[in-house]
Design a protein around this ligand. Structure first.
Ligand SMILES: [Fe+2]
Length: 278
């Protein structure tokens, strides 16, 4: 092998080249696939070969078919001057799974950090390992969670969609329960742009506040959460079928710039929870 593997706590694997000249083109995707299946997050740090959008897409296409959006294959995650949506603001992004509002749900996200926001400026991407959340939960929590269904509606530049998803559902390829959930935004004021609408069935209205608070605590517990502190040049490959992810707020003007590509599963996962899409 031309790289080393170091386990990340509490989950994930750091992949680094043994030789500084090694490019991502020299890496075996089947080998990385095995590591990905085991660890759910791969952090490739120190490799050559991905410096621009085209190279990122070329690398991503070695993993499978890349999802095409109205804007193309790459989402430029960068703070905008006058954002119309929280994604392009510097505020936090609640936990969610990618593709929840799209006709196909990608299996993998590949992120390239074009420019890190710098230490002390926040902006970590936070991943929650949902099978672990379920495994660690009390029988009572598991029982409650299994009865809850989330109804979500979100309109933004690229879609206007409605999605209904059980909180606990089965992983598309494995006999494994996972959580599909979009966390209600904490900032219900003008700080948080264009928040989605949602409600939950299967839990009494009077209990909803405590229910969501408990779920939030379990999703963000240190033992199941990996918050990635970006360094310029990082490539992060994450498992969207298994994990939920969100973003911490960051300092406005810090220059945080990530590129994100989504890779569809084989076969493609037609979104089983999408009710309407425009
Ligand atoms: Fe996302």
């Amino acid at each position: 092998m031309n790289y080393t593997v170091t386990k990340i706590q509490p989950f994930g694997a750091l992949i680094e080249p043994k030789n500084a000249d090694t490019s991502v083109d020299d890496l075996s995707i089947p080998e990385l696939r095995e590591l990905f299946n085991e660890h759910h997050i791969l952090l490739l740090r120190g490799f050559k070969g991905v410096t621009n959008g085209d190279e990122l897409v070329n690398f991503s296409e070695r993993w499978g078919e890349v999802s095409v959006w109205p804007f193309g294959k790459i989402l430029e995650l960068v703070e905008q001057d006058k954002p119309k949506d929280h994604i392009f603001d510097n505020t936090y992004v609640p936990m969610h799974w990618d593709g929840m509002y799209r006709p196909e749900v990608p299996e993998i996200q590949i992120f390239h950090c074009v420019q890190a926001p710098g230490t002390q400026n926040g902006g970590r991407t936070v991943f929650s390992n949902t099978p672990e959340v379920i495994r660690r939960a009390s029988e009572e929590d598991r029982q409650k969670w299994s009865q809850v269904v989330g109804h979500y509606e979100r309109k933004m530049e690229f879609y206007d969609s409605k999605t209904i998803a059980p909180l606990v559902t089965e992983h598309p390829n494995r006999k494994l329960p996972v959580i599909r959930y979009c966390e209600p935004p904490v900032h219900e004021d003008e700080d948080f742009l264009n928040h989605p609408n949602m409600h939950f069935e299967g839990v009494e209205k009077s209990e909803l506040g405590d229910f969501l608070k408990n779920l939030q605590k379990k999703l963000y517990a240190d033992e199941v959460t990996y918050a990635h502190d970006w360094e310029t040049g990082d490539l992060v490959i994450s498992d969207n079928y298994t994990l939920l992810h969100g973003r911490e707020a960051f300092t406005s003007g810090a220059g945080r710039h990530l590129r994100r590509v989504q890779v569809l599963g084989t076969p493609k996962l037609v979104n089983p929870h999408l009710v309407s899409h425009a």
